[in-house]
Structures are given as C-alpha cells and as structure tokens.
Write a protein that binds this ligand. Structure first.
Ligand SMILES: NC(=O)c1ccc[n+]([C@@H]2O[C@H](COP(=O)([O-])OP(=O)(O)OC[C@H]3O[C@@H](n4cnc5c(N)ncnc54)[C@H](OP(=O)(O)O)[C@@H]3O)[C@@H](O)[C@H]2O)c1
Length: 503
C-alpha cells in the first residue's frame, strides 16, 4: 500500500492510477489502457477529480484542475506527476489547501465569436413547420436530453435522430436505451422513433462525412441542441471544441439542405458577468458583457449563444432556452445524481453542516424545463426569442436546508466562512463529493478574490426575469411544480431509495 506523500516514480504512479481507475469503474486492471484519455472511460469531472485528489494527498503535490486537460491519459499524467513529486522533494513544497487561481486575462470572449462565413441559409425561403416529421437532437444520452426525447415523443409525431458518441449504431442504440431506462423514460413501443446517429460535436461536420451530413440536413425539420461538455474545473480552451465549435457545426447543419430552426439549450450562466449584478435581465435583453465570467464552462455557453445569435442575424431561425440548475423530475424524483446540486447536498450532509448563505434556490424540475423547451419550439411566435426557465416562484436556499432538517437529517447551520474553512481541513475526505468540487468551491477569482460560490450570493447576481416566458407558456398546461416540502419529499425519497443518500 502506498503511504501519503511517498516519493514515487512514473511507473509506480501509473500502477496506482490504473488500479484506482479499475476500482472506480469496477473492471479488471487489464481493461485499462494507459494511453486512452480518461474522458473516454466515461469519467465525469467529479469522478476524474476523485482520482486526482486522492493522488494529490498521496503524492504530496498540488494538482491543478486543468492538469487533466493538458495530460489526459494515465501515461501522460503519471509522467508529469512524477516530475512534480521529484521537484517537490527537492524544494520541499507542501500542498496549498487554499487553491488560488489566476484568471486567464488574455481570453477575449468577444473575439471568440467567429462564425464560419460559409454558414448562410440557402436561398429557398423558410416555412415554419409546427408538425415536424423528423428532428435532430444532441445530448440525448444526457440528463436533460432524455427528457427532451420524452417530450418529443409525446408532443410530436417526429422521428428523433440522436447524435451519439459510439463506434457502432448498436452501441449508440444501447447507450440511448440505457440512459432513457435510467430516467424511467424507455418505452419499447415508441423506440422505433429514436434513431441513433454516430458523431461527435467536437469534430467538423459533427464527425460525419459530407454525404452523411447532407443527407441528415435534408431529412430533418428542426434541431434541438442540448449536447455539451459540463465541467466545473476545465478551462475554456478544453471545452471550446465541443461547446463552441460544436454549436457552429449545428448552425452549419441548419443551413444544409432545407433551412431548419435551431433550438438551443443555453444557460442563465451567460449573465455571470458582474456587469449584471443587481440588474433585472429579461429574456430578449442583449448580453454583451462577458468580463467577469470566470468558469470555462460558462464562458463557452456565452460564446455559443452569441454564435447562435449571429446565425439568427444571417437568417437562421432560432429559439434559445436558458435553464437554471436542473433538478429531478417533479413526479418521480428521478435525477442526475452526478450533478452539482446532488453532490453538494450529499457532501454537506456528510459534513453534517450547511453554510448559512443568502442564495435563492436557483433550480427548476427537469420535466418543467423539457416540456417548456419542446412546447415553445413548436410555436412559430417563439422564433427569434429567448426563454428563461427559472422557477417562477423561487425560495431561499435556506428553506431547503430547513426542510432537510425537518426530514430528520442532522444538520448544523454554520457561518459561510467557517464552512469554507472546514472544506479545506481533514474533515472533508476524498470520499466526500465536495472534496472533488474543491477547485470549484475554493478557487479565488476576480479582483476581489471571490470564490465562484461567493459570486453566486444574491448581492452579486442579476435578477433573471421569466415574465415573458410565463406569458408564452400561459396557453399551455405547463406549470412548474412549487419548490415545497412535497417536492423535496419526492426528491429525497428517490435519493434514499436508490442508495445515494443515507438516513
Ligand atoms: N444540468 C444543468 O443543471 C444545466 C443547467 C443549465 C444549462 N444546462 C445545459 O443543458 C444541456 C444538457 O445538460 P445535461 O445536464 O443534460 O448534461 P449531461 O447529462 O452531462 O449531458 C451532456 C450530453 O452532451 C453529450 N456530449 C458531450 N460531449 C459531446 C461530444 N463531444 N459529442 C457529442 N455529444 C456530446 C453527452 O454525450 P455522452 O453521453 O457521449 O457523454 C450527453 O449526451 C447542456 O447544454 C447544458 O449546458 C444544464
């Protein structure tokens, strides 16, 4: 067994990483290829960071969250770590628990908004089709994408062509089925309408050849773009190929063959610039300010949405949908247990304390988000507009904590600074999900040296209005389930039942 801060060479580090990865994936070590990017093993950022943070503790070096991007394979990462270990031993460095981060000041997001000049609508005029027979969806193997599939199956008669990463169509089909089944959505009788399309957002023409791309462009009547790389620690450059260039390829597809609308799943994160702090932002307001958006993920969402707006100015029909954090299904409670809200709640419960913070609970149930996106996409008057899928009746974050207390979870409420201090101490071990989120929670950004959670405090946030969206939904039967104890009982019951939370 390797003891903490032991001096190791690259081969020993490699062996340790292979065994850790195999343990995490529940496979034999022989199945791990040290030259395969960790991302290909389906590791999301929090699970990849679990290995990294354990390594940090054991090898006694600080591992920058971006190192995984620069050194994506076990072979490359072990080599780099061995060099760091050697250097640390020479100069006697110690781990700095208060991870400090200097923002990449050279990044000009406005200059990133460059849309290939060849992407222009064909000369034929656009006719809106409220009854599409075929649509294309990205992100169908993800959380929101699964629920968009459910809504497309119920609100339309369309076949749904789903972009799927995989080597064979069979593999793509299985991936989609497994994902839908996990969210209680798989319906064998409707499965013939779900058609996998192999490809990759980060590749030119989505990884297809020209013939396939053109055929797809001629087949579909609309595009739902929900696919994206969600990662709280990687820099802009790591996510640009998927989130920014992928969106450019989606706009290219919209103009290939007949012109078709693009329904973009964006995010309220596009308003993270401190310019908007304390201001009311409405759906169709401009969002030209990007200075002060620190997360690489949010930066890519800002640029991607700007590209779509640029496409609109060239004549591509669009709708834009900005969800807040997406919570579980309000009826079944089923949710993505790997997402930020659930990991944060689980981590705080394990710590036995929550920070006393002045946040509004910025969440909407996934069924509300997906129903709204599909309904709004089918209304001609939605074209050219953005929608805010915020909860129309938000509640303070502390209400949720009090509900959790009343359910019997033993929770202490402590000042935010004390909670932050506890995060950096030995009390939070690598088994706690918050441990892997430490780079996101503790890195200090901006001239005021604030952490990202500091920036989310009400004082630093805009008020995101959803009045126009509520108006646009008024004639539908879509209503957002209230954020009350009934909803939280549904959510916690699901999380307890599937073993994610313990009482
Ligand atoms: N979840 C939230 O709280 C939240 C909040 C606001 C906005 N949003 C937005 O909502 C959308 C969906 O989020 P989600 O929660 O459903 O995320 P998710 O569960 O992580 O799903 C992401 C989807 O994108 C796909 N994807 C990632 N990289 C790809 C690539 N290179 N090529 C093809 N597909 C790729 C994934 O495919 P694989 O299965 O192959 O990885 C997966 O289907 C995103 O645009 C996100 O920015 C989410």
């Amino acid at each position: 067994m390797i003891s903490p801060k032991q001096s190791l060479n690259a081969h020993e580090i490699q062996t340790w990483m292979v065994s850790k990865l195999a343990e995490l994936l529940n496979v034999d070590t022989s199945e791990i290829d040290i030259h395969q990017p960790l991302e290909d093993y389906g590791l999301d950022s929090s699970r990849a960071m679990l290995i990294v943070t354990q390594a940090e503790k054991i090898f006694g070096v600080e591992i920058s969250p971006t190192m995984l991007w620069h050194y994506p394979t076990i072979a490359a990462l072990s080599q780099r770590l061995a060099e760091d270990v050697e250097e640390t031993n020479l100069v006697g460095n110690v781990i700095n628990p208060n991870l400090a981060k200097i923002a990449d000041t050279s990044l000009d997001l406005q200059a990133e908004v460059v849309l290939d000049p060849r992407i222009y609508p064909p000369s034929t005029s656009f006719v809106f089709n409220p009854h599409p027979t075929a649509v294309f969806l990205t992100g169908g193997t993800g959380f929101l994408g699964a629920f968009i599939i459910r809504e497309l199956l119920t609100q339309t008669q369309a076949d749904i062509y789903c972009l799927t990463r995989g080597k064979t169509i069979e593999e793509g089909k299985n991936k989609l089925q497994k994902n839908l089944a996990q969210y209680y959505i798989w319906n064998e009788n409707l499965s013939h309408r779900i058609i996998p399309v192999l490809g990759d957002l980060s590749q030119p023409l989505l990884g297809m050849d020209e013939v396939e791309f053109t055929k797809l462009g001629n087949t579909i009547d609309g595009i739902y773009h929900s696919g994206a790389m969600l990662n709280y620690v990687f820099p802009y450059a790591a996510m640009k190929p998927t989130n920014v260039l992928g969106t450019q390829e989606i706009l290219r597809l919209a103009c290939t063959g007949k012109l078709k609308p693009v329904h973009l799943v964006s995010s309220v994160a596009i308003f993270e610039s401190d310019y908007y702090a304390g201001k009311v932002v409405k759906e169709d307001d401009e969002f030209d300010h990007w200075e002060g958006i620190f997360l690489g993920y949010s930066q890519t969402k800002w640029v991607a949405e700007k590209l779509v707006k640029l496409g609109y100015s060239r004549g591509i029909p669009i709708t834009i949908h900005r969800p807040p954090l997406i919570a579980g299904d309000s009826q079944t409670g089923v949710c993505n247990t790997d997402d930020f809200i659930n990991l944060a709640i689980k981590g705080c419960l394990q710590m036995g304390c929550f920070p006393d913070v002045n946040y509004m609970l910025d969440i909407s149930p996934v069924d509300y988000v997906s129903k709204s996106i599909v309904y709004l996409s089918l209304q001609q008057k939605s074209l050219g507009h953005a929608f805010h899928l915020q909860h129309p009746e938000p509640v303070p974050f502390m209400d949720m904590v009090k509900w959790l207390q009343s359910f019997g979870f033993p929770i202490e409420i402590i000042p935010y600074e004390e909670w932050q201090n506890r995060l950096t101490t030995e009390l939070v071990t690598p088994e706690n999900p918050l441990y892997t989120l430490r780079p996101f929670l503790l890195e200090r950004w901006s001239k005021d040296k604030l952490t990202v959670p500091d920036l989310y405090l009400n004082a630093h946030r805009p008020q995101i209005s959803c009045a126009a969206t509520q108006q646009a939904l008024a004639e539908s039967s879509i209503r957002c389930a209230p954020l009350d104890s009934k909803l939280f009982i549904t959510y916690s019951s699901y999380l307890i039942q599937n073993g994610f939370l313990e009482v």
